[in-house]
Design a protein around this ligand. Structure first.
Ligand code: FES
Length: 169
């Protein structure tokens, strides 16, 4: 289990170079993000100053200091999507949710992230929300999808979204 992994990694930490990052990864796997208390605990066990741990966390985009929202948006910013104006999709999401990449909105509903490639390049520009993939997107389509997810939340949907590459109609 993730908790055992986190505790085990803490227990066996010996200060070897490169040990801190797997430890932080296991903490994030366990909590879903890296809470302040975990940083204090890691610092006390490892002897690495909290400021140093924060430095590592903020350097690597894989680490989060906030919990993830219910829906995690992954905008593809790989080459095929980038040349298909994925930045416009990002701008639409930023505008719609008032969040930047790596942030979660005020309702804890959406977290915005980017990825290098989602493997659906022929459908560029592409984004995923949790396990659901949307392709050939426009900013207007993205805004509609966000509204649909809000409605889904309001209706307390069953979360049984289809997976695989699809195209927003
Ligand atoms: S570059 Fe976006 S899906 Fe491959």
């Amino acid at each position: 289990m993730a908790q055992e992994s986190f505790n085990y990694r803490l227990w066996r930490y010996d200060g070897a170079p490169g040990e801190l990052i797997p430890l932080l990864q296991s903490a994030q796997e366990h909590f879903g993000y890296i809470p302040r208390g975990a940083i204090r605990h890691i610092s006390s066990v490892t002897g690495v100053p909290e400021a140093g741990i924060y430095g590592v966390i903020t350097f690597y985009s894989q680490f989060r200091l906030q919990p993830m929202g219910r829906y995690v948006i992954r905008i593809c910013d790989g080459t095929a999507c980038h040349v298909s104006a994925s930045r416009q999709l990002l701008d639409a999401i930023r505008d719609e949710l008032s969040i930047e990449i790596g942030e979660t909105d005020a309702e804890s509903l959406f977290t915005l992230t980017t990825v290098a490639c989602l493997g659906c390049c022929s459908l560029a520009p592409v984004m995923m929300i949790n396990d659901e993939t949307f392709g050939r997107l426009t900013p207007a389509a993205v805004r509609k999808i966000l509204k649909d997810f809000r409605r889904r939340r309001d209706a307390e949907g069953d979360g049984s979204a289809a997976t695989g590459c699809g195209v927003e109609k």
